[in-house]
Design a protein around this ligand. Structure first.
Ligand code: FEO
Length: 163
C-alpha cells in the first residue's frame, strides 16, 4: 500500500541523508589517499559505496509501494581532521546521526500505522547497530595507535583487508 505524503517526505529525507553519508565517507577516503594510507582510504571508499546501497534500498521500498523517491540537496560538513582518530570520530558522529534519524523515521511510520515499512526499517535499525560498532572498534584502535607511524601502517594494512 502507498504510504502517506508526510511519511514519503520523511523517507526521502533519509534517502538524502544516506547520500550525504556516502559523500562524507568519500571525502574521508580522499583525505587518507592524500596521507598515503591506502588501506584506510579503501576502507572509507568501501563505506561510501555501502551507503549508496542503503539509499537504493530505501528508493526501492518507495518505488515498490508506488511512492515517489526524490533525492534532495546534498550537503556535507567541511572536514577538519589532523589525525586518524579525528577522522573516525567524524565517521562515528555521522553514524550516530544516521541512527537517530532512522529511529525518528521508525517512530513516524509507527505513528502513521504504516506497518508495511517495518521490515525495511527493522533492517536499518540492525544495520546501524552494526555500523556504529564497526566504526567504534576502529576508532578504539586508532586511539591506541595515537599517530605512531609504525602503528598507523599496521592499522592501514589491517583495514586494507576489511570491509
Ligand atoms: Fe547508511 Fe552508515 O548509515
Amino acid at each position: 500500500m502507498k504510504m502517506n505524503e508526510e511519511l514519503e517526505a520523511a523517507f526521502n529525507k533519509q534517502i538524502t541523508k544516506e547520500y550525504e553519508s556516502s559523500m562524507l565517507y568519500r571525502q574521508l577516503a580522499i583525505e587518507f589517499e592524500l596521507r598515503d594510507l591506502p588501506g584506510i582510504a579503501g576502507w572509507m571508499a568501501n563505506h561510501a559505496a555501502e551507503e549508496l546501497t542503503h539509499a537504493d534500498k530505501l528508493i526501492k521500498h518507495l518505488t515498490d509501494r508506488d511512492n515517489h523517491p526524490v533525492i534532495g540537496d546534498i550537503t556535507i560538513p567541511s572536514i577538519k581532521m589532523d589525525t586518524v582518530t579525528e577522522a573516525f570520530e567524524i565517521a562515528l558522529e555521522a553514524e550516530e546521526g544516521v541512527s537517530e534519524s532512522i529511529r525518528d523515521l521508525y517512530a513516524k511510520a509507527e505513528k502513521a500505522h504504516d506497518f508495511d515499512s517495518r521490515p525495511t526499517l527493522d533492517w536499518f535499525v540492525s544495520e546501524q547497530i552494526e555500523e556504529e560498532d564497526t566504526v567504534r572498534t576502529v576508532l578504539g584502535r586508532a586511539k591506541l595507535v595515537n599517530e605512531d607511524g609504525p602503528g598507523l601502517l599496521r592499522l592501514d594494512r589491517e583495514l586494507a583487508g576489511a570491509a
